[in-house]
Ligand binder design. Structure first.
Ligand code: ADP
Length: 305
């Protein structure tokens, strides 16, 4: 029998007052996978994660972590799990290095090893120079990296991150992405929730979409992206363009001399836009999606799963 990193069977959660947050979900995440759990607000993502991480009590169903039943062998099951919640929930008065050492100790890692792990992750996440600072003195980005280090310090086989890059700037997001890719390649299974389709696109192999407490899609990222018909991008330009400027083969709208709106069809790659602009001598300073593609995708799936 294959042992999955996470296996959820018929998981239900009814909150007091009868709110059915999870209506019997089934989910399997293979070992080594990078898995995205997506869904609009109120879909049930946090409830599912809360139950897997023993922060919430389920109504019924089964959760296996690396084959260990969370009800029957809670200690063994939890040992394989690391959680990076969205809110900073460490003690701000504690030294950064002690937060990590204590967390590893909580998972049964002996002190010497815990210290070694803490040093490793502090260096890896560029926090080493802050090792002896109280955590409250760290910047927002550093606090977020500390949360990731804390989730990993006992070397869990499964790491769950709730919106790991919510509100962080592009540079910090890239840093986190590269780091997570690296630890996934080294064998850690990762599950994350995100509001950014780009994040799922960049990191995840498989995704599940939850809506109203039910999984409405469970597929590869590639397949999911292929269902999006076209995308509209807003490009900020370094080089000014005339009002009748057109990128050959692309639907182009000049918003002003330094801003273009470009529509890419499903079979047109964004890279081609850049190649064409370069050949026309036009430099781009930044790029963004016109609308939130993930929200569009949710709407489409809810109407037509
Ligand atoms: P998501 O993380 O996808 O935004 P949640 O799991 O937080 O969704 O919420 C799922 C549903 O459960 C929502 O309808 C939400 O209002 C409800 N819910 C969440 N937490 C509680 C709670 N403590 N008590 C009652 N209802 C809750």
């Amino acid at each position: 029998m294959t042992i999955h990193a996470l296996e959820i069977t018929n998981l239900k959660k009814v909150y007091p007052k009868g709110i059915e947050a999870l209506k019997g979900i089934n989910l399997s995440v293979k070992q080594g996978d990078f898995f995205g759990l997506l869904g609009p607000n109120g879909a049930g993502k946090s409830t599912a994660i809360g139950i897997v991480c023993s922060l919430l009590i389920k109504t019924s169903g089964q959760v296996l972590i690396l084959g260990e039943d969370l009800d029957k062998n809670p200690e063994k099951a939890k040992r394989n799990l690391g959680l990076v919640p969205q809110e900073f929930n460490f003690n701000g008065f504690e030294k950064v290095i002690n937060i990590l050492i204590n967390q590893a100790g909580f998972y049964g890692v002996p002190y010497k090893q815990a210290k070694q792990n803490a040093i490793f992750f502090l260096k890896k996440l560029e926090l080493w120079h802050k090792a002896d600072s109280p955590a409250r003195f760290l910047s927002g980005g550093m606090k977020r990296r500390l949360m990731i280090a804390r989730g990993l310090v006992h070397y869990p086989k499964l790491l769950i991150l709730d919106e790991p890059t919510a509100g962080v700037d592009i540079e910090a997001r890239r840093f986190t992405w590269d780091f997570l890719k690296e630890i996934n390649q080294q064998g850690t299974t990762i599950i994350l929730t995100t509001h950014y389709l780009e994040e799922a696109e960049n990191l995840c192999q498989q995704v599940a979409i939850i809506n109203s407490g039910q999984i409405i899609k469970n597929t590869s990222v590639k397949e999911l992206i292929a269902t999006l018909p076209n995308q509209t991008y807003i490009l900020d330009l370094k080089t000014p363009v005339p009002f009748d400027f057109v990128i050959p083969h692309f639907e182009t709208k000049v918003i002003d001399s330094h801003m273009l709106e470009v529509n890419c069809l499903a079979n047109q790659a964004l890279g081609e836009v850049f190649i064409r602009l370069k050949s026309l001598g036009v430099e781009v300073s930044s790029l963004r999606n016109k609308s939130n593609r993930l929200e569009e995708l949710f709407l489409k799936l809810v109407k037509n799963p």
